[in-house]
Design a protein around this ligand. Structure first.
Ligand code: NI
Length: 181
């Protein structure tokens, strides 16, 4: 396995729709999955989409966790050609980051509950429902497959901050009478 370089915001590979995986058994695809698993663990992230490692394919990894503190305890779910449906109109605001946008966090509205359908790394169908952080990660990663980065989903760009200014922004948001992150 090899660590892959992560594309940063501004690289066109992150701005274009990815194409479906047609041959999951292709050794190149299997190697890509192995490398993505290693790259995600090394970066300490909770999700990774293939375009982020310069592979424009519809393939994502997502940690099936409820809380960021569980990072490192779970093997990522591998979803090939994933499709999402929102199961509630209800949107939830929370801060998220992206390995392609290091050092920044933004407060992004996402559906609270989504259903997913995909193939696993052996080509078997998988499906399920996700809520909370897991639902957020899935929406974030599948957006990558459509060339969408989280700032493009933000409803209020004032809620974009550097990691080190997050406490100040959170306090400011709380003072506005809005709920904090
Ligand atoms: Ni991302």
């Amino acid at each position: 396995m090899t660590l892959r370089k992560i594309a940063k915001m501004g690289h066109p590979v992150l701005l274009e729709p990815a194409r479906p995986v047609t041959d999951i058994g292709d050794p190149e695809v299997q190697r890509l999955i192995d490398d993505m698993v290693e790259t995600l663990a090394d970066a300490g992230g909770i999700g990774l989409a293939a375009p982020q490692v310069y592979a424009p394919l519809r393939l994502v990894l997502a940690l099936q966790i409820e809380d960021r503190s569980e990072r490192g305890t779970a093997e990522p779910l591998v979803l090939v050609n994933p499709e999402l449906v929102s199961l509630t109109e209800e949107l939830e605001l929370a801060f998220e980051g992206c390995l392609s946008i290091p050092g920044l966090r933004g407060r992004v509205p996402r559906h609270r509950r989504v259903g997913y359908r995909a193939l696993d790394r052996r080509g078997r169908p998988v499906a399920g429902e996700a809520t909370g952080l897991f639902a957020r990660v899935l929406q974030h990663e599948v957006d990558h497959l459509d060339g969408i980065l989280y700032p493009m989903r933000m409803s209020d760009l004032r809620h974009l901050a550097f990691d080190e200014t997050m406490p100040h922004l959170s306090a400011w948001i709380a003072r506005q009478g809005d709920e904090g992150p």
